[in-house]
Design a protein around this ligand. Structure first.
Ligand SMILES: *[C@@H]1O[C@H](CO)[C@@H](O)[C@H](O)[C@H]1NC(C)=O
Ligand SMILES: *[C@@H]1O[C@H](CO)[C@@H](O)[C@H](O)[C@H]1NC(C)=O
Ligand SMILES: *[C@@H]1O[C@H](CO)[C@@H](O)[C@H](O)[C@H]1NC(C)=O
Ligand SMILES: *[C@@H]1O[C@H](CO)[C@@H](O)[C@H](O)[C@H]1NC(C)=O
Length: 391
C-alpha cells in the first residue's frame, strides 16, 4: 500500500479526508508497527481522521485509543480512553517546532487583507503611536482620543516599548497564543507548548495545576485590570505584562504599577484586580489600541459607530499582537468543538460549552469567522482544532 503525505497541502491548514484518501496520502517508511496499525484501523468503522498541517495524521477510533502518525512513524499512541473525552484532536509533529519561516504570519496577513492590514503598526503603545492619526481619532478601547496625555505620561515612563529583549534577539520567532478554552483540558500539550520561542497567555488563565496541558512557560501575559487577579506572586516571574486598556482608569492602573504602588485602593473597576504587581518597568508594556481599531473595523468588519460595543475578545487582540511580534504564530485553546458540548468552556473550569451556546453574540460570530479564515489561509496554525470545525 502506498501511503504518503502530500507536501503541497502542508501549509494550508487541516482537511478531513476519507479513510481511503488518507491511506493513499501518507508517506511512511512503513515501519512494521505503522503498517500493522493502519491495517487494524481500516477495520474500525467509527474513525475520525484528519491531516493536521498536512504533516501529521491523527486517527481517533471509537476504542478511545489515539494514534498519531508523522511522516516517519507513529509518534504517540498513549491517550487513555478516560482522557480522550476532552482530548483535542491534534498533536504536532516533533520537528515542526524546529523550523521557522521568517515573517510568515505577517506576509500571509498582507496577502489576505492587502491595505486593510498594516504590518508596521506597533503592537505596543509608543509615544509616536499615541500621536498617530488613527490613534487620536477613536477613544478607548480603539484609540487614545481624549486620553492622549495620560497615555503619553504612562508610556513615557517605560524604558522599553519594543519586543521583549530575550525574544527580539532571535532570528526567527515561533510563538503560540494560549486561549483559555476547554479544548486544552486533558490535551497533554504542555511540553509541546513549552518548546515555542514565546508563549502568550491571556487574562487569569492559570498554569499551576494545569502544567501538563498548558505548559509552564510564559513570555507575555495580556490582562486588563479586571482580568488580572492571579495573585501577586504570579507576577514575580520574569515575563512581560501587557496591559490592554479599555478605559481611562486602566491607564491609571498601569501607572500605579509603574510607580510600584498598591492597586488595592484604586476605584472604578467592575471586578477586583490584583493587589500589587511586583514587576520592573522594563517588563511592562501598554497595548496599542490601534490594533483593536484595525481588527474591528478593517479586518472583522464591525461597525465603528459612537459608543460601539463591538469589541473583539482579548484572545483575538493578542493574536494580532503575536502576528507583529512573531514570525510564525500558532494558537491553542481557541474555539469550541460543537460536536462535544460536554467539553468545559475553560480548561480550568467545569462549566460546559452547552451553557454558552445561547449567549453567542452576532459579533463573536464575526470574530470567529475571521479567526477561522486565518487558520484556513495558514496565517495561524490552530493546534487544538477549535477553529477548524464549522460553526
Ligand atoms: C519524510 O521523511 C523523509 C526522511 O526524514 C524525508 O526525506 C521526506 O522528504 C519526508 N517526506 C515528506 C513528504 O515530508
Ligand atoms: C502603518 O503604521 C505605521 C506605524 O504607525 C504608520 O507610520 C503608517 O502610516 C501606517 N500606514 C498606513 C497605510 O496607514
Ligand atoms: C526568565 O526565567 C527563566 C527561568 O528562570 C529563564 O529561562 C529565562 O531566560 C528568563 N527570561 C528572561 C527574559 O530573563
Ligand atoms: C488608519 O489610517 C489609514 C490611513 O493612514 C487607513 O488606511 C486605515 O484604514 C485607518 N483605520 C484603521 C481602523 O486602521
Amino acid at each position: 500500500m502506498n501511503v504518503r503525505i502530500v507536501r503541497t497541502t502542508l501549509l494550508f491548514g487541516s482537511m478531513v479526508f476519507t479513510m481511503g484518501f488518507i491511506m493513499n496520502t501518507v508517506i511512511s517508511d512503513r515501519t512494521k508497527e505503522y503498517q500493522r496499525t493502519v491495517d487494524k484501523l481500516r477495520n474500525l468503522n467509527t474513525i475520525k481522521k484528519r491531516i493536521l498541517e498536512g504533516r501529521v495524521l491523527q486517527v481517533t477510533p471509537a476504542s478511545g485509543q489515539e494514534y498519531i502518525f508523522s511522516n516517519k512513524s507513529i509518534i504517540d499512541r498513549k491517550v487513555s480512553p478516560k482522557d480522550r473525552k476532552v482530548t483535542p484532536k491534534s498533536i504536532i509533529r516533533e520537528d515542526e517546532v524546529k523550523t521557522c519561516q521568517p515573517k510568515r504570519a505577517a506576509d500571509r496577513m498582507e496577502n489576505l487583507f492587502g491595505g486593510q492590514f498594516n504590518r508596521s503598526l506597533s503592537p505596543f503603545a509608543t509615544l509616536s503611536s499615541i500621536r498617530s492619526a488613527n490613534s487620536t481619532k477613536y477613544p478607548l478601547p480603539f484609540g487614545f482620543h481624549g486620553t492622549e496625555r495620560t497615555a503619553s505620561d504612562v508610556v513615557g515612563k517605560l524604558p522599553d516599548t519594543d519586543i521583549p529583549a530575550d525574544i527580539k534577539k532571535l532570528p526567527c520567532r515561533r510563538c503560540i497564543v494560549i486561549g483559555n478554552g476547554g479544548l486544552l483540558k486533558g490535551s497533554k500539550l504542555g511540553s509541546h507548548i513549552d518548546q515555542y520561542d514565546a508563549v502568550f497567555r491571556l487574562n487569569i488563565a492559570p498554569i499551576k495545576g494545569y502544567e501538563s496541558d498548558v505548559g509552564t512557560k510564559t513570555t507575555i501575559r495580556a490582562v486588563y485590570p479586571e482580568s488580572s487577579n492571579i495573585g501577586s506572586k504570579a507576577y514575580t516571574q520574569n515575563w512581560t505584562l501587557l496591559v490592554v486598556p479599555f478605559k481611562a482608569n486602566d491607564l491609571k492602573w498601569l501607572d500605579t504599577i509603574i510607580e510600584g504602588r498598591d492597586l488595592k485602593k484604586l476605584k472604578g473597576f467592575w471586578s477586583t484586580t490584583v493587589d500589587f504587581v511586583p514587576k520592573p518597568r522594563k517588563d511592562l508594556r501598554l497595548y496599542n489600541p490601534e490594533i483593536t481599531s484595525e481588527l474591528s473595523f478593517n479586518l472583522i468588519g464591525m461597525k465603528s459607530g459612537k459608543g460601539s460595543k463591538n469589541v473583539p475578545t482579548t484572545g483575538a487582540m493578542v493574536i494580532m499582537v503575536a502576528i507583529r511580534v512573531c514570525d510564525e504564530v500558532s494558537v491553542a485553546g481557541f474555539g469550541y468543538d460543537m460536536k462535544r458540548l460536554d467539553t468545559p468552556i475553560h480548561y480550568y473550569s467545569s462549566q460546559k460549552t452547552k451553557a454558552i451556546l445561547s449567549s453567542f453574540t452576532h459579533d463573536i460570530d464575526h470574530e470567529t469567522k475571521f479567526l477561522h479564515k486565518l487558520v484556513e489561509q495558514g496565517v495561524i496554525n490552530d493546534i487544538t482544532g477549535g477553529l477548524r470545525t464549522k460553526l
